[in-house]
Design a protein around this ligand. Sequence first.
Ligand SMILES: NC(=O)C1=CN([C@@H]2O[C@H](COP(=O)(O)OP(=O)(O)OC[C@H]3O[C@@H](n4cnc5c(N)ncnc54)[C@H](O)[C@@H]3O)[C@@H](O)[C@H]2O)[C@@H](O)CC1
Ligand SMILES: [K+]
Length: 540
Amino acid sequence: MKPILSCEEVRRLEDCIEAEGTSKATLMELAGEFAASVVAASDPKRVLILVGFGNNGGDGWVAADILAHKGIDVDVVSPVEPDEIPAALARHVARRTAGRDVNIVIGPSRDELAELVSRADVVVDAILGTGFHGSLRSPFSIWIPTVNELAAEVVAIDVPSGLDAETGTVEEDAIRAARTATMLAPKIGLYSADGPDYTGEILCGGLYDRLDEVIDDVDHAAEMVEPIDLIDFLEPLPSNIDKYSRGSVLVVAGSSSYPGAAIMAAKAAARAGAGYVAVATPATCANLIRMALPSVPVIDIPADSRGAFGAAARRAVCDAAKKFSCVLCGPGITTAAGCIDVVSGLLKLDVPLVLDADALNCLSKLSIGGLDETPELYRREAPLILTPHYRELSRLVDEEAVRDLGGAIEAAQRLLWAAGSDNFIVIAKGPVTAVAGVEKVLLPVSGPASMATAGTGDVLSGIVAGTVALNHAYEGPWELLCSYAVSLHSYTGFIAADRYGEKSVIATDLIDVIGDAMALASEEALKGLEDVPATTAKGA
Ligand SMILES: NC(=O)C1=CN([C@@H]2O[C@H](COP(=O)(O)OP(=O)(O)OC[C@H]3O[C@@H](n4cnc5c(N)ncnc54)[C@H](O)[C@@H]3O)[C@@H](O)[C@H]2O)[C@@H](O)CC1
Ligand SMILES: [K+]
């Protein structure tokens, strides 16, 4: 797993490295060297480096010197003379580079800049890094759109300028990079909110040879899951196995209005590897589900007048649920009174429980003033996995809308820390999905935009439940098991987009390629076994 840090955690890491005897000045030299190596990889003849007032610019000045040494024509554009750069470390390296074989242009007009950008093979963005906040000021508010409009290829140093490294938000404009050479560890903002639209491929420069040891001395905002981390879940089935030892799932789902959600969740749970899957659904839609899923037993549960779980549902569902390795509740159930009752009953059972969709909304209705204010409602011995998207998560914590990865992690952690249990997981679904546990926040590989379509959430919760059932002897960490399920879901998205076309994927396509997704997960993990470059983290 690759640590992803907040800006504060990066500052602490730099302090730890400095305490071990490697100064920030040395780190800047190493950062410049790494950036230069990323630029040189595309074999440019002419490079333009745009530098700002701070240490991000310092990295750019160092890179300029190294690239010029390699015989590349280098132009550096700076808002002020090297002597006038306010940041001391950056000023020092700028003065040094000014004495070398580079062409320095101070405060060019827009037309002059456009000319320089147009003739460069690679433009390096060393304007703003982790020190950027607020709205872009001149001249950078002019430089950035000019680069975006005219550059052949852009390499951003540390963070694309204009992107907030902490929140991932872009207020007006930011550099759209082909590659981002980030230093020490990727910053959380690269994966949050607008980040993924601007970073291009993320390459991480380790810079310090004892980084792996030192980085554990600071907290990690999150960790990126790599395919190789999931290798334990990719073992083939043993031959001495039967349908029950493969684990069983009860899918408590559906209503007369939404029977399809139950069908998709149950089929996904079976395809994810559970040996026995049954559906408990309101009697009014049970036959429809039976016909759609001949391999799945369907249990009739008393319904209300609208075809949702009725007043007698709680007892019937809980009686059935006790016998399963995992229970998934939520897809298509509605938030009728009987459903709220079912959710509250299931929480009290000693069985691993996945709550999704309307079960989460029922949970919000059970609590007053935010679920984190009433942890006794969801604190339990057996594992509990919630799979909210941002809107559902906002409702759960009774807060302002969760809009981005940082906000989602914060909201999930409020729920987690209130419960304090290490088998309680929140899978916060978004463009980048976070799997949050009390100990760690993991970021499994994200799927393509094609997955933003109705029903893919039902498929995910089915995959999660099927995975939990199949691995019923697993003893944790639960964050990793859930990350495997989320990764499988993402891989189904890539395979389906490839097969059906980016805009034509529908949720049921994902279910049919879960087996192919498992094969892809194995392939990716094996690749990782062969060649994990120590300093490279692929973007989510
Ligand atoms: N501290 C360290 O040990 C290291 C830092 N490194 C580099 O240093 C960077 C951080 O350097 P700094 O903290 O100096 O910050 P930056 O270089 O990211 O930016 C700070 C400067 O940006 C300007 N600025 C801030 N907000 C602005 C806005 N809204 N509009 C226009 N200008 C704005 C300010 O004038 C300030 O001088 C990192 O991103 C990384 O690239 C690397 O050299 C590795 C080592
Ligand atoms: K930058």
